[in-house]
Design a protein around this ligand. Structure first.
Ligand SMILES: Nc1ncnc2c1ncn2[C@@H]1O[C@H](COP(=O)(O)OP(=O)(O)O)[C@@H](O)[C@H]1O
Ligand SMILES: O=C(O)C1=C[C@@H](OP(=O)(O)O)[C@@H](O)[C@H](O)C1
Ligand SMILES: [Mg+2]
Length: 257
């Protein structure tokens, strides 16, 4: 009995894998079309319409919730296929502290279906200490060597959004490792914006207890470094996280270099 049921399932899998292959291949063709015409890869309203249509054509609703959930995943993977088709790179976020690398990076990973890596979080996991603790107990030099190790490990990842710490560009080896598979998206923010965003946070040792002018000077000294390696630049002042995210998505998929 069990064998018979399993055979039945095997036959469904044969149909499913072939159908899914065809669906992803069609999505990839749509990506090229969208790029040619400057259309957005991420079109939530189209996904909602497809979901509605599927609810309508489902003859048996018993597993409706499961099928809808599966479709949400299929949509995310289709976006991933489409993005990779026209932008076959990792998205590497660089920029000053508080420019939004971690926040925007997470958002982009969510809508692109890419895997999210936050260099600072990986350093913290490896060290078993917070960035703040690493700086105060071992010093910046030690932090930078951990940062180099983590970046080195990230050389092999694919379909990735990588949110760097603001100081990653201080080391030329980091830049060349991350450039092997990635394009650099520089998130820009005015010193006033950085100050406002971070004034109640105390997990950034380099600007902890620093005043506005100190932040402004450090930002100024870093700007040339970011500018020299950036593939894309995005101003974030006064913009919503979701708007920045969608703008980046359109920018990279329509103007892939
Ligand atoms: N566009 C934005 N608008 C408002 N707040 C933002 C924006 N981008 C980031 N933030 C906030 O600023 C703070 C720093 O963001 P974060 O992503 O940690 O920056 P980074 O990783 O570049 O240091 C967080 O509290 C985040 O919620
Ligand atoms: O600019 C820097 O040198 C640093 C930025 C921080 O990351 P965020 O840019 O994500 O805040 C963190 O890596 C560390 O405090 C040092
Ligand atoms: Mg960060």
């Amino acid at each position: 009995m069990l064998d018979k049921l399993r055979l039945e399932i095997d036959s469904f899998d044969a149909v499913l894998t072939e159908t899914l292959y065809r669906r992803f291949a069609a999505a990839a063709r749509v990506a090229a079309y969208k790029k040619e015409r400057g259309l957005a890869v991420y079109q939530p309203e189209r996904e909602a319409a497809v979901l509605n249509k599927i609810a309508g054509i489902m003859k048996n609703k018993s597993f409706g919730v499961e099928i809808q959930e599966l479709y949400r995943h299929i949509f995310q993977l289709s976006r991933r296929v489409q993005i990779h088709q026209v932008f076959p790179y990792n998205m590497v976020f660089i920029g000053f502290m508080g420019s939004g690398k971690s926040t925007i990076g997470r958002y982009l990973a969510e809508i692109s279906g890419y895997n999210y890596y936050d260099v600072d979080t990986m350093i913290e996991q490896q060290a078993g200490q917070s960035v703040q603790e690493i700086f105060s107990i071992h010093g910046e030099k030690h932090f930078r060597s951990l940062e180099r190790e983590v970046v080195e490990r990230l050389r092999t990842v694919d379909h990735a959004v990588i949110a760097c710490g603001g100081g990653v560009v201080l080391d030329a080896a980091n830049v060349s490792h991350l450039k092997e598979k990635g394009k650099f998206i520089w998130l820009k923010a005015a010193p006033e914006t950085v100050y406002e965003r971070l004034k109640h946070q105390n997990n950034r040792p380099l600007i902890k207890d620093k005043n506005f002018d100190d932040i402004k000077n450090l930002l100024k000294s870093r700007e040339g470094l970011y500018g020299a390696v950036a593939d894309y630049e995005v101003a974030t002042d006064g913009k919503l996280i979701s708007d920045i995210g969608h703008d980046i998505m359109n920018m990279i998929t329509n103007t892939a270099k």
